[in-house]
Design a protein around this ligand. Structure first.
Ligand code: ATP
Ligand code: LTN
Length: 326
């Protein structure tokens, strides 16, 4: 059976970009692979976090994973900071990763350009991400397209280690959806939809009320012409809305395009809003139940114990190979 690993940062409420680009694939994969899904709180602190908010966001993300369809009986769902091996292998891999390659990461360049002070952790972030994945000997890593470069670096680190010290790590493959791997901003369709966008109109949050979803979609930018047609290069805004429609309704883009042929943007956007509202509604209901149930904390603790057992095997092997006295 294949192993799958992925992580999401507890840095705010998920957007439908996170859901359609990443979470939906997690849910699909848990039926065919041994899955580890992580709340990467150690990654979240690479930028300043309010401690109370971080704690709330962590539990909220755990609830969102389960509400979206991650079954804690099938998948190991845990918090990164509960499994010490992440920090330990993270350091060891910082000593395998090169300064130059970390400096070429576009996420680092973008995020560091937006801040006055940049932590060392923001720079070494990809070495910790490599540790997350390699600890579990994952074969597949479902992510959005923005993580492709980090995945390539993870593969380089794994291969470098294996070449230098002998076969140690499985070299993981990225798993990125062709449709939905990069959901774009509703306001600037050439920019990715991001939960940290300063304009809330740019994204649909998984917890947005139906009327908020309707308003954001009615205000979403469209392209010139009035034709509902998929053309990523020339009509990025409508193509993005078509992608969101198709994924939320579990239909193909072609099918949706055929339905709105000759109808203009108005009716399409109106229906799109209802399709998104209907996709979010059961997730939001389950989320509210889970947040008030108090059952999540114990679930995370149990899962962390299982994860740590697997992770420890890798850490011991790595330490021995590096020459530590064991
Ligand atoms: P931010 O946008 O605040 O920088 P993020 O949403 O990119 O954060 P994560 O929460 O860690 O960061 O992302 C979780 C998963 O969602 C990752 O696999 C990421 O690639 C994916 N993802 C993020 N944004 C999008 C998007 N717009 N379209 C598709 N997938 C996305
Ligand atoms: N870097 C990712 C989050 C992340 C991750 C991982 C994803 C941390 N560790 C391991 C997949 C596998 C992000 O910013 N979205």
């Amino acid at each position: 059976m294949k192993r799958v690993f992925s992580g999401i940062q507890p840095s705010g409420t998920l957007t439908i970009g996170n859901y359609l680009g990443a979470m939906k694939n997690f849910v699909r994969l848990q039926n065919e692979a041994e899955c580890y899904f992580c709340i990467v709180d150690l990654h979240a602190i690479t930028v300043p976090q309010d401690p109370a908010v971080l704690r709330t966001n962590t539990m909220s993300l755990a609830a969102m994973y389960v509400a979206s369809g991650i079954d804690p009986k099938k998948s190991t769902l845990f918090a990164q900071s509960h499994v010490r091996q992440h920090t330990e292998l993270g350091w060891l891999l910082q000593c395998i990763a090169y300064y130059g390659e970390l400096g070429r990461m576009t996420q680092f360049k973008d995020k560091s350009a937006q801040r006055d002070v940049v932590t060392a952790g923001l720079f070494t972030y990809p070495a910790l991400m490599a540790a997350d994945i390699l600890l579990y000997q994952a074969d597949l890593v479902p992510v959005g397209e923005d993580q492709k470069q980090h995945l390539e670096l993870t593969r380089d680190i794994a291969e470098r280690f294996n070449n230098r010290f002998g076969q140690t790590f499985v070299v993981p493959e990225p798993y990125i959806s062709k449709v939905g791997g990069r959901i774009m901003s509703l306001e600037e369709p050439t920019k990715k939809m991001s939960k940290s966008d300063e304009s809330a109109g740019a994204y649909i949050s998984m917890l947005d009320e139906p009327d908020v979803v309707r308003k954001k979609i009615s205000r979403a930018v469209t392209d010139s012409e009035r034709e509902v047609r998929y053309d990523d290069a020339n009509k990025p805004a409508i193509s993005n809305l078509l992608t969101i429609y198709a994924l939320c309704a579990d239909r193909t883009v072609e099918d949706v395009v055929a339905q709105y042929a000759g109808q203009g943007y108005g009716p399409f956007k109106k229906d799109l809003a209802e399709v998104v509202v209907a996709a979010l509604e059961p997730i939001q209901a389950r989320y509210r139940e889970l947040m008030s149930s108090g059952e999540l904390a114990a679930l995370l603790r149990d899962a962390a114990e299982r994860a740590a057992e697997v992770a420890e095997v890798t850490v011991q092997d790595v330490k021995e190979k590096l020459g530590f006295v064991v």
